[in-house]
Ligand binder design. Structure first.
Ligand SMILES: Cc1cc2nc3c(=O)[nH]c(=O)nc-3n(C[C@H](O)[C@H](O)[C@H](O)COP(=O)(O)OP(=O)(O)OC[C@H]3O[C@@H](n4cnc5c(N)ncnc54)[C@H](O)[C@@H]3O)c2cc1C
Ligand code: FES
Length: 283
């Protein structure tokens, strides 16, 4: 299945555009993940779910962040950022009205055309769910192009789940089947399921017939999900993931992100496991 090429790469991809922070949303109970809705100063981007951007803060640096909005949603770009180091900390301190730098859209995308007419199984864990959220939104907005949509999404605790109002809508929707889970609810209010994502996939057994699985999450979740998918009959060419390698330029110039002959920033971040099997295990 062909992975889409970047539809929106500009002729000067190293020059940041200017974007205004329109709105921020604290996503998690620990307030360590925030979503940023950005308005581009010069129009809108032609992008696809699965792509990313380099977000920059003057005097701090830039970091690659997956685009969490879907192009079907309008002009604002949405990014959900975990506060971990210099750039993400500075991003978390920005308020509506402030401007930041943005380069992109960068990288390839989820295999949208290849998914048409197929059953789609989205398996996500933790905050790697951002570009899967974009994909799910895109499929819901083009629902006739795809067959069954099954989403398994888990976090460590209820407070760690992203996009809670939207998850509530998805739970009630006839357009998809959503399985939400948390590793352990602890003292937090939660009347849903407890258990690890791979366990839930094994229990719910999404069919591999005419299906593609898109798996994103912490390495440990991916490690234990792959054998479950294998048992369900998914071949490596039916399973895709998105890699988060350390990056600098994001456009194939600096060599920072290579795996063998491939640059994750331009040949990825989305790869099939069949494609990854041909590369050195450096990811
Ligand atoms: C394609 C792609 C998509 C991504 N999407 C998202 C997203 O949607 N949301 C999101 O929150 N993040 C995302 N990331 C991850 C994000 O780019 C990193 O967390 C980034 O490093 C944050 O920048 P920073 O300056 O805040 O942190 P950094 O200063 O880079 O530090 C990040 C963490 O890494 C550690 N660290 C720093 N340097 C090194 C090193 N050399 N070796 C090992 N560890 C080191 C730090 O201690 C810290 O814990 C994505 C990454 C990629 C490649
Ligand atoms: S980040 Fe520079 S080549 Fe990929």
């Amino acid at each position: 299945m062909e992975l889409p090429k970047n539809p929106g790469l500009t002729e000067a991809p190293m020059y940041p555009a200017v974007a205004t922070v329109e709105r921020t949303v604290v996503e998690t109970a620990a307030a360590d993940l925030k979503s940023f809705y950005l308005k581009l100063e010069n129009g809108r981007w032609d992008y696809l779910p699965g792509q990313f951007a380099e977000l920059s803060i003057y005097g701090e640096g830039e970091a690659p962040i997956g685009i969490a909005s879907s192009p079907t949603e309008g002009d604002l770009l949405m990014f959900t950022v975990f506060e971990t180091g210099r750039v993400s900390r500075a991003l978390h301190r920005t308020s509506p009205g402030e401007v930041i730098g943005i380069r992109g859209p960068l990288g390839n995308a989820w295999p949208l055309d290849g998914l048409k007419g197929k059953n789609v199984v989205v398996i996500g864990g933790g905050f790697a769910f951002t570009t899967q959220r974009s994909l799910v939104r895109y499929i819901l907005d083009n629902r006739g192009d795809y067959e069954d949509l099954v989403v398994v999404y888990g976090a460590r605790s209820p407070g760690g789940l992203l996009y809670k109002p939207e998850l509530e809508e998805w739970k009630k929707s006839d357009a998809m089947t959503l399985y939400l889970t948390v590793d352990a609810a602890g003292d937090e209010p939660w009347d849903g399921r407890e258990g690890f994502v791979p366990t839930v996939v094994g229990e719910e057994k999404p069919s591999s017939d005419n299906a593609v699985a898109l798996v994103c999450g912490p390495p440990i979740m991916i490690k234990f999900t792959l054998p479950v998918l294998d048992e369900l009959g998914f071949k490596p060419e039916q399973v895709y993931t998105s890699l988060e390698m350390r990056m600098k330029c994001g456009v194939g110039m600096c060599g920072r992100c290579n795996i063998g002959p491939k640059y994750v920033c331009v040949d990825g971040p989305v790869f099939s496991f069949a494609g990854l099997a041909e590369l050195p295990a450096e990811y």
